[in-house]
Design a protein around this ligand. Structure first.
Ligand code: URA
Length: 301
C-alpha cells in the first residue's frame, strides 16, 4: 500500500508518543494474554521456545530445574494461572529464554569463579545465556574506567544510553557522576565503574530479585579482581545486594561500612544514586559530604 507523507508523519508521531511514554522496546508481534492460555497452549509455547536452563553446563540435556518448573506449570492448575517467567520478546533462533532457578545461579557462580582476569570475566558474561535480560539488551555493559584504580563505583543496572554504548553511567546520571568526581579532583581514569546487573532491563524497569541473584556472582568476582581500596555503592539497590544491608538509602548513606574482599576488608560506603540527585537536587548537599569523605578515605590509603 502506498504511504503518503501524512501517513508517515502520523506513524512518526505515534512512535514519538510511545517513546515519551517510556515504551522503547519491542515485545512481540501479537499480544498474549498469559492468563487465558490453557495448560496445553502454555506447554506448546514453552516447547516452541525450547527452554534450556543451563546453556553452558548442560547444553542438549534437559535441566532438572527447568523440567520441574515446566511440569509444575502443567500439573498444577493454580500455578498454570501464574504468568510464566518474563521472556521479554521471542528469543531469536539459537537464543533460548531460561527459567531462572537455583541451578542457573549456581552455574553463574561457577562460571564467575572460573574467571582469572577481568577480560576472562567479560568473556564469560558475553557467553553466559542464563539471564533473560541479555535477550532484550543491545549490548553487555561491563565496565568503564581504570581497572587498577583504588576507587570503584557500583550502580544497579544500565539504562538506555549505557545499553547503546556498552558502557556504564554515560547518560545524564553518568554526566553528573563525572562532575561529582571532578569536584574531588578525580575522573574516570582514577575510578572503575560497573553495575550489579550488566544488561539493561527493558524499559528501565527494576531488575527482578532473580535477575539480580543470577548476576550477583559476576559483580562479586569483578570486585575481587579489581580489588579496590574504596567501594562506593550508587543507590541503595547495589548496597543491599552486595552488603546484605536492609536500611533505606537515607539511613545508609554516608556511613562507612566494610565489604569482605579477598583476604581483607574493603572500606565501603553508599551514597545517593546520581539519577535520584537529578530529580532531587537539594540532596546534592549530602552527596557532596559523601564525596568529601570518599576523598579523605582515599588519601588515607
Ligand atoms: N544507572 C545505573 O545504575 N547504572 C548505569 O550504568 C546507568 C544508570
Amino acid at each position: 500500500m502506498h504511504q503518503t507523507p501524512q501517513d508517515l508523519r502520523q506513524i512518526e508521531a505515534l512512535l514519538d508518543f510511545y517513546m515519551d511514554s517510556g515504551v522503547d522496546c519491542f515485545l512481540g508481534d501479537d499480544p498474549v494474554d498469559w492468563f487465558e492460555l490453557t495448560n496445553e497452549q502454555l506447554r506448546q509455547r514453552q516447547q516452541a521456545q525450547s527452554v534450556q536452563a543451563l546453556p553452558h553446563a548442560n547444553r542438549g540435556q534437559p535441566d532438572p530445574g527447568s523440567q520441574r518448573a515446566q511440569q509444575s506449570f502443567a500439573a498444577n492448575p493454580a500455578q498454570a494461572r501464574t504468568p510464566p517467567p518474563a521472556v521479554a520478546r521471542p528469543a531469536p533462533a539459537g537464543q533460548a529464554a531460561v527459567i531462572p532457578d537455583k541451578e542457573i545461579v549456581s552455574a553463574a557462580r561457577d562460571l564467575a569463579a572460573s574467571a582469572a582476569t577481568l577480560d576472562d570475566l567479560r568473556a564469560c558474561l558475553e557467553a553466559f545465556d542464563g539471564c533473560n535480560l541479555k535477550l532484550t539488551a543491545k549490548k553487555l555493559v561491563f565496565s568503564d574506567g581504570n581497572p587498577s584504580a583504588k576507587l570503584m563505583f557500583v550502580g544497579e543496572a544500565p539504562g538506555r544510553d549505557e545499553d547503546l554504548q556498552g558502557k556504564p553511567f554515560v547518560g545524564r546520571s553518568g554526566q553528573l557522576l563525572d562532575r561529582m568526581l571532578e569536584a574531588i579532583g578525580l575522573d574516570r581514569s582514577s575510578a572503575y565503574i560497573a553495575n550489579v546487573v550488566p544488561w539493561r532491563p527493558p524499559g528501565n524497569r527494576t531488575p527482578t530479585p532473580q535477575e539480580t541473584e543470577i548476576c550477583k556472582p559476576f559483580i562479586t568476582r569483578q570486585i575481587e579482581l579489581v580489588n579496590p581500596d574504596v567501594l562506593v555503592f550508587l543507590g541503595a539497590a547495589s548496597a543491599k545486594t552486595l552488603l546484605g544491608v536492609q536500611d533505606g538509602i537515607r539511613k545508609m548513606r554516608g556511613r562507612w561500612m566494610t565489604y569482605p574482599g579477598q583476604g581483607r576488608e574493603i572500606a565501603a560506603i553508599a551514597t545517593y544514586h546520581p539519577a535520584y540527585l537529578l530529580r532531587s537536587p537539594l540532596e546534592k548537599r549530602l552527596s557532596w559530604r559523601d564525596f568529601l569523605s570518599i576523598h579523605a578515605k582515599l588519601s588515607d590509603r
